[in-house]
Design a protein around this ligand. Structure first.
Ligand SMILES: O=C(O)CCC(=O)C(=O)O
Ligand SMILES: [Fe+2]
Length: 340
C-alpha cells in the first residue's frame, strides 16, 4: 500500500525548467520502451471522434466532442488564459503549491510511485473542487489573481453540463433519466490542468501515459495549437483533433461498471509535439465517495450476468490514485472473473 510521505520517487524534474535549460536533452527516464513509443504505435488518422451537438444529443460512444454545450466561448477562453498564465509563472511561484509524493493535489507530478518508473513529459496542477471538504485551499493559486474565481465558476458550469450528459445517457440506456444524478449524491469533482512543453524526442516520449479515467465522465478542454490527445480504438491510436470551443467527453471506469459494460471507459494518452506546447484542462466527475455502486440491475441481462463487482466508490478512487497509470489496468479491481 502506498503511504504518502513514504513514497520514494527520486528527483522528478519540472519539465518546463528542463526544457528551458537544455531544449534538446530528454533524460532516459522519459524515453519509453519500444511498444509505448508514439513512433512505433499504430496511429489511425482516418478515424475521427464523433461530434455531438448538445442541442440534438443522441450519442452512444465512449468518447466524443460536444458542441453547443452551454458554456460561453469567451468563458472557456478566460479559463484557458488563467491556466496558461499560471503555468508561465516562475517556478518558485508555482512551487508554493507543491504536490507531495503519493498525493494528487497541487503542482507537480501525480501517479509517480517509484524511481524506476518512466515519467510523463508534462507539468500538472490538480485540485479537488467539490464537495468542499475535498478542497485544499492552500493549494489554490492566488496568482493569477482571477484564477480561483474563474475556476470556481468554470467548475459550476461544467458540473451542470455533466449532470445534463448523465441525464441523456440514462435516457439512451432506457433507464430513468435521473438514475445517475440521484445515485451520485454529492458528486465529486476534481480538475487537472496539464501543460505539455515541446519535446525534442516527441517520437518516443509520452505527455501522459495511457490510461482510462476513474471518473464517471470527464470533460476535457484543450487548446487548438496542436493535436496531443489520442484515444485507443480497435488497437489503434486515434488523434482527437481540437475543434475550437468544443469539449471532449470521455467515459470513465465508473460508468463502464454501472452500465455493466454497455458504455466502455476510453483508454487514452497524450503525446507531445516537437515545436508546440499544449494545454488541457480536465474535469473529472464522479459519485460521492460513500456511494456503493455496481452494475445497475436494469442493465444486467440474465445471459450476461454482472461483469463487475459492487463496491464502495471511495475504495475505487483510493485504488486508482495509488497506482500508476497503465492502460485500463485499474479497472481490474472491479471485474468479476478472469481478467483479460
Ligand atoms: O491532455 C490530454 O489531452 C489528456 C489529459 C488526460 O487524459 C487526463 O488528465 O486524465
Ligand atoms: Fe485522462
Amino acid at each position: 500500500m502506498v503511504v504518502p510521505g513514504e513514497v520514494k520517487i527520486g528527483h522528478v524534474d519540472d519539465i518546463q525548467e528542463l526544457r528551458r535549460a537544455q531544449p534538446s536533452v530528454v533524460p532516459k527516464r522519459y524515453v519509453r520502451e519500444d511498444d509505448e513509443q508514439p513512433v512505433r504505435s499504430r496511429v489511425c488518422t482516418s478515424l475521427e471522434v464523433p461530434i455531438i451537438d448538445m442541442e440534438k444529443l443522441d450519442g452512444d460512444h465512449d468518447d466524443e466532442l460536444v458542441v453547443n454545450h452551454g458554456i460561453e466561448e469567451g468563458f472557456l477562453d478566460a479559463m484557458e488564459a488563467v491556466t496558461r498564465e499560471f503555468f508561465m509563472l516562475p517556478l518558485e511561484e508555482k512551487e508554493k503549491y507543491p504536490m507531495a509524493p503519493g498525493t494528487i493535489q497541487g503542482y507537480g507530478h501525480a501517479f509517480v510511485f517509484s524511481e524506476e518508473q518512466k515519467l510523463d513529459w508534462c507539468n500538472m496542477l490538480a485540485l479537488g473542487v467539490e464537495p468542499a471538504f475535498i478542497r485544499n485551499p492552500n493549494l489554490w493559486p492566488t496568482t493569477p489573481e482571477k484564477f480561483s474565481e474563474t475556476l470556481e465558476l468554470y467548475s459550476s458550469k461544467v458540473r451542470i453540463l455533466c449532470q445534463k450528459l448523465l441525464t441523456h445517457m440514462a435516457c439512451t440506456l432506457g433507464i430513468s433519466s435521473n438514475t445517475f444524478n440521484r445515485m451520485f449524491g454529492e458528486a465529486v469533482q476534481a480538475v487537472r490542468m496539464n501543460y505539455y512543453p515541446p519535446c525534442a524526442r516527441s517520437d518516443s516520449v509520452l505527455g501522459l501515459s495511457s490510461h482510462s479515467d476513474g471518473s464517471a465522465i470527464t470533460v476535457l478542454q484543450q487548446d487548438t495549437a496542436c493535436v496531443g490527445l489520442q484515444v485507443l480504438k480497435n488497437d489503434m491510436w486515434v488523434p482527437v483533433k481540437p475543434l475550437p470551443h468544443a469539449l471532449v467527453i470521455n467515459i470513465g471506469d465508473t460508468l463502464e461498471v454501472m452500465t455493466n459494460g454497455k458504455y466502455k471507459s476510453v483508454e487514452h494518452r497524450a503525446v507531445t509535439n516537437e515545436d508546440e506546447e499544449r494545454l488541457s484542462i480536465v474535469t473529472f466527475y464522479a459519485p460521492s465517495y460513500d456511494v456503493v455502486l455496481g452494475p445497475l440491475s436494469e442493465l444486467v441481462t440474465h445471459d450476461e450476468g454482472s461483469k463487475y463487482k459492487t463496491y464502495n466508490h471511495g475504495e475505487y478512487s483510493h485504488h486508482y490514485v495509488t497506482n500508476r497509470l497503465q492502460g485500463k489496468k485499474t479497472l481490474e479491481f472491479a471485474k468479476i472473473g478472469p481478467t483479460t
